[in-house]
Ligand binder design. Structure first.
Ligand code: HEC
Ligand code: HEC
Length: 228
């Protein structure tokens, strides 16, 4: 029995071995040429594009340092490793194609330099109550106009779509984001969001998007109009 197993696994190894060497073609790809990195951006825009049915947030115009921090976190499993957090997990899978620090730098700059696009106003709330909460509880780190403060690891909030903004606030509050021991920024932000009700959060998001967010997009893009 033992011998039969040993022979079987040896055959199996030979089979696997020959398959790998056959498909490898021994090309040493670095992934660091301009052309290769441009191709990589297309992998990202499958989920981070501005038009198609997306599964991820639009990243255009976000701070390059924040984008870089987050990609590093996804790559190292500080963010995106919990399968219960489905959308983060999806992104964790999304970063497997990123294999070098140079690619991280390229991608961060590329997205930071893309034109921010108008977004739909999806979150309604009491803008006056939101203003009061934002100025008292958020502005010290994120700035009075949501411009961000790199020294405090706090990203700008003025390019966020409402739905994603609200979703992240809920995740920080529930501990689905900002739980990892080495997630410095995430832990700070999680602590800053613990005692808000859903009503508070909607008001804060409605105010932020209204006061310093992206311009409002038309509800239904009219294709026939554009073609004229
Ligand atoms: C399979 C879909 C998918 C792919 C591919 C993907 N992402 Fe993501 N990404 C997501 C989702 C979903 C989120 C939101 C995670 C959450 O809800 O917390 C996200 C979040 C992010 C964030 C965090 C944004 C923020 O405001 O904190 C960055 C940065 C990011 N992605 C960059 C990239 C880059 C760069 C690539 C290409 C290498 C990429 N993503 C590929 C789905 C994807
Ligand atoms: C003590 C400083 C501090 C305060 C106060 C604070 N934040 Fe943050 N916030 C941070 C830091 C640091 C991060 C970066 C988290 C990370 O690296 O994942 C962050 C991240 C965020 C994000 C994630 C952005 C993205 O692209 O995913 C949102 C949204 C946010 N903050 C909104 C708020 C709002 C709204 C308030 C007020 C209710 C607030 N923050 C109060 C420090 C703070």
């Amino acid at each position: 029995m033992f011998i039969r197993c040993a022979i079987f696994s040896a055959c199996f190894l030979v089979l696997v071995g020959s398959k790998v060497s056959g498909s490898e073609k021994s090309e040493a790809k670095t992934g660091n040429t301009m052309a290769e990195m441009k191709i990589l951006t297309r992998e990202c825009t499958v989920c981070h594009g501005v038009r198609e049915a997306q599964r991820g947030p639009i990243l255009n115009g976000m701070d390059h340092w924040y984008l870089s921090d987050q990609i590093h976190k996804f790559r190292s499993g500080i963010r995106g490793a919990r399968s219960s957090n489905k959308s983060e997990y999806l992104m964790g899978v999304g970063t497997r194609k990123v294999t070098t620090d140079l690619q991280v730098a390229f991608l961060s700059n590329w997205f930071a330099n893309q034109e921010p696009t108008p977004a739909l106003r999806t979150i309604r709330g009491d803008v006056e109550l939101g203003r009061e909460l934002y100025q008292r509880r958020c502005a010290s780190c994120h700035g009075v106009r949501g411009e961000g403060n790199r020294l405090l690891l706090s990203p700008s909030l003025n390019k966020l779509e409402g739905w994603y903004f609200l979703e992240q606030m809920r995740k920080f509050r529930s501990g689905e984001r900002g739980y990892h021991l080495r997630d410095e920024g995430g832990k700070i932000m999680a602590a800053a969001s613990k005692d808000f009700s859903d009503y508070d959060l909607k008001n804060i998001v409605a105010y932020s998007v209204e006061a310093f967010g992206l311009p409002e997009a038309q509800a239904v893009p009219d294709r026939t109009e554009r073609e004229k």
